[in-house]
Design a protein around this ligand. Structure first.
Ligand SMILES: [Zn+2]
Ligand SMILES: [Zn+2]
Length: 348
């Protein structure tokens, strides 16, 4: 047999021609010379077909190339690889497609130009439009939030949102936040995440969550509700000195609805349900703590001197401890003086 194209005698591949002539006359892959990509200038996501994706340029380009390039059904096990190089006005791409025609390996290369244009993505246009499905409100019982609480909670919510976004929640964003009525308001794009965020703040600060919803109209034939999650923080805070049933407590931590306290007369640590302490009298905080000079100590008590007045006085030790320190922290509450624990005390 001979090839009708080149006349060579040998094996005929297809259509009465030899392998070489068949390959010369056919190409097995084809694609566009120019690929246009849209990217959002605000968040850097890319458009793929009808959706926006947060992914690297490399990955997006690969997806588009897979989608846009035709590979003949004759080719087995096709593989696509891409390279790109940035030029001044555009990106130069090189697409290499390999595969097998029967048992013969073929490789075809295409040069393509990638143009990138800016387009505001779905999420960013919602964000600029003030879209929010839920409001997270943080308030405190019988008091305003402190400056420190406001700063900490803001930071906490921002980092939570960021980590949820990084886990792939593209549609989540904080539309707006504000300090309102002694508290904080966060306008959140997504209901479910707003609920998670409220619960997370509760885990660290305690308090109670109340949920309410408001009908904001119809969309696609369905009623749409906007949720409000109100977290009411307890009046008591970490660091407070409170009086409870005749004893004085220093609050160590508040987590969910548990309060970890130190009872000052015996230095016993206890955990209370927040409800039990809610209506207690808050005496004060750090401002009550004073530092005294240790003059001497016995097993039962310490003799201290006030560095301002040089007056000396005795205070009973709450438990069997000894001080290596020169300075001792105390609080004076209702004419009674209590020693405060320090990290450098030897507990016996
Ligand atoms: Zn031939
Ligand atoms: Zn965007």
């Amino acid at each position: 047999m001979f090839c009708v194209e080149c006349g060579k005698i040998g094996e005929i591949f297809r259509d009465a021609v030899c392998v070489d002539c068949y390959m010369k006359a056919h190409s097995f892959t084809k694609g566009p010379d120019v690929i246009s990509l849209s990217t959002c200038p605000h968040c850097g996501s890319y458009k793929y077909k009808n959706s926006w994706i947060t992914d690297s340029f490399d990955e997006i380009l690969k997806r588009w190339i897979k989608h846009l390039f035709d590979i003949s059904g004759e080719i087995n096990k096709p593989k696509i690889s891409t390279e790109h190089k940035e030029e001044k006005e555009y990106i130069k791409g090189k697409v290499t497609i390999t595969g097998f025609l029967d048992n013969i390996q073929i490789t075809e290369e295409h040069d393509t130009i990638v143009r990138i244009k800016n387009d505001v993505c779905d999420v960013c246009s919602k964000r600029f439009g003030g879209y929010h499905e839920a409001i997270v409100q943080v308030r405190a019982d019988n008091r305003n939030l402190t400056k420190k609480e406001i700063t900490m909670i803001k930071k906490y919510v921002e980092s939570l949102v960021k980590s949820l976004q990084e886990k792939g929640h593209r549609g989540l964003f904080i539309t707006d936040m504000g300090e309102e009525h002694g508290g904080l308001d966060f306008f959140i794009s997504d209901k479910g995440s707003a609920k998670t965020i409220t619960k997370k703040i509760q885990e660290s600060y305690g308090g109670e969550i109340k949920k309410s919803s408001k009908n904001i109209g119809m969309k696609d034939g369905r009623q749409v509700y906007r949720m409000t999650y109100l977290l009411r923080l307890p009046s008591i805070r970490k660091g407070d000195f409170i009086s409870h049933e005749g004893a004085i407590f220093n609050i160590y931590t508040i987590s969910r609805n548990k309060v970890h306290i130190l009872e000052l007369s015996g230095w016993t640590e206890k955990i209370f349900d927040i409800k039990e302490l809610e209506n207690d009298n808050i005496i004060g905080r750090d401002e009550l703590i004073k530092e005294m000079i240790l003059v001497s100590q016995t097993k039962e008590e310490v003799q201290l001197m006030d560095p301002k007045t040089y007056k000396t006085f005795e205070v009973r030790k709450p438990k069997n401890i000894s001080y290596d320190l020169k300075k001792v922290k105390i609080v004076k509450i209702e004419d009674e003086i209590f020693l405060l624990p320090d990290n450098n005390i030897n507990h016996k």
